[in-house]
Write a protein that binds this ligand. Structure first.
Ligand code: DAV
Length: 380
């Protein structure tokens, strides 16, 4: 008995890193954790993003333990649901986020957490890239993913592990106009429509969640967390891709593209009806026969307590393959629309985890999807 070979099924699966888009069949993913999640201390970029009427203004530090436990229970359930469908799931290694961090340029009282790997990690083909990030409280967040990335690097001899240049994040990165307590929604809408965002062009800045992958084309939101230099950096970094800057007037707090523009399969994208893609930026999609459809209304009037994100996390779905999509369980209108669009909907309970960094797309990062790099927009 003892010299019998182990059955092949108990062997750890060999990691392969590869993902070119947001919809090909998902086989390996990272799902975040809520452990130790903090409301970050005040800092320039964050103050511009926390909604003016938010219950988070004026407080920071660890989030209540019962909310951490609840969020972790939901994230664990989501992870095991994916595993039951044959998806390999890995989890990050949290830091003690409730400690001060510093560089020679700044100090901050707390970090953020590791619930949304999508914000930090950008997988394009065989490369996983750590984004620069644009908040001081998130500068060190990549460390939570290093154990996984180092393992992938060892297990897949063709995987490329890259890190974008760490930014200085001095005050020169942020427009002082945005630091005022009361700007008002009207002024914010004017500024964001004029592409006058909180981040300056001091140095390249981007969060990975501002990038959508469409094979040979990368669509990147210019907003609070990604500046034009960041988009230019991405174009130089991916010389074989076409990188497109987009912006979405109508969003007073434009961070991350994944509650605004949601590709479901080749030819079909949902767009937030309050943040429509401007006409001049639609040409590439229209010329190539892609349909941009208004997303259904969110089921909620307000985000859950202590949450940065808007009610439009309704659109923050995870596509498992071109016919299957995970939608948050309470987002009944979004689920109904998906069904009408011919998608099979898997309901996933996650709302009580939103405050830790977002929805189903935010709390995941691709390691492997089937498929290869296709050109979906041959007419440019
Ligand atoms: O609408 O608040 C949330 C995106 C989180 N990754 C919003 C954007």
């Amino acid at each position: 008995m003892t010299d019998q070979a182990e059955p092949a099924t108990t062997e750890a699966p060999q990691t392969i890193v590869s993902s070119w888009n947001e919809w090909d069949p998902l086989k390996h993913v990272i799902v975040g954790r809520a452990d130790g999640g903090c409301i970050p201390a005040p800092e320039p970029a964050l103050d511009a993003k926390v909604p003016e009427d938010s219950d988070m203004r004026g407080q920071y530090g660890p989030r209540p333990q019962e909310t951490v436990d609840r969020a972790n229970a939901l994230l664990d359930n989501f992870a095991s649901m994916l595993e039951k469908r044959g998806v390999i799931v890995d989890r990050p290694t949290p830091l003690d986020f409730n400690q001060p961090t510093a560089t020679p340029d700044w100090e901050t009282e707390t970090m953020f957490g590791c619930m949304p790997p999508r914000d930090v990690l950008l997988t394009v083909g065989k490369e996983m890239l750590e984004a620069t990030m644009s908040y001081r409280c998130r500068w060190f967040e990549y460390l939570c993913y290093r154990p996984l990335l180092q393992r992938y690097y060892m297990e897949d001899p063709k995987m490329r592990h890259e890190s974008a240049p760490k930014p200085r994040l001095t005050n020169a990165d942020y427009r002082p106009d945005y630091l005022s307590e009361k700007i008002g929604e009207q002024k914010r809408l004017e500024w964001t429509a004029d592409k006058y965002f909180v981040t300056t062009e001091e140095e390249p800045l981007f969060d990975a969640a501002d990038v959508l992958r469409f094979g040979k084309d990368l669509v990147v939101q210019h907003g609070f967390t990604t500046n034009l230099k960041g988009i230019d950096w991405l174009q130089r970094h991916y010389p074989d891709h076409r990188v497109h800057a987009v912006n979405f007037p109508g969003d007073p707090y434009p961070i991350h593209i994944d509650a605004t523009f949601t590709p479901l399969r080749p030819g079909l994208i949902l767009n937030n009806p309050q943040r429509r893609l401007p006409d001049d930026q639609r040409a590439m999609f229209e010329k190539n026969g892609w349909e941009i459809v208004d997303a259904a209304q969110p089921a909620h009037n307000a985000p859950p307590p202590l949450c940065y994100s808007s009610v439009w996390l309704s659109m923050n779905v995870l596509v498992l393959d071109p016919k299957t999509v995970c939608v948050e369980k309470t987002e009944v209108y979004q689920a109904e629309q998906m069904d009408k669009l011919g998608m099979n909907v898997l309901e996933v309970e996650l709302r009580d985890a939103y405050a830790f960094g977002g929805g189903l797309h935010c709390c995941t990062a691709d390691v492997y999807r089937e498929g290869s790099c296709e050109d979906y927009f041959p007419k440019q």
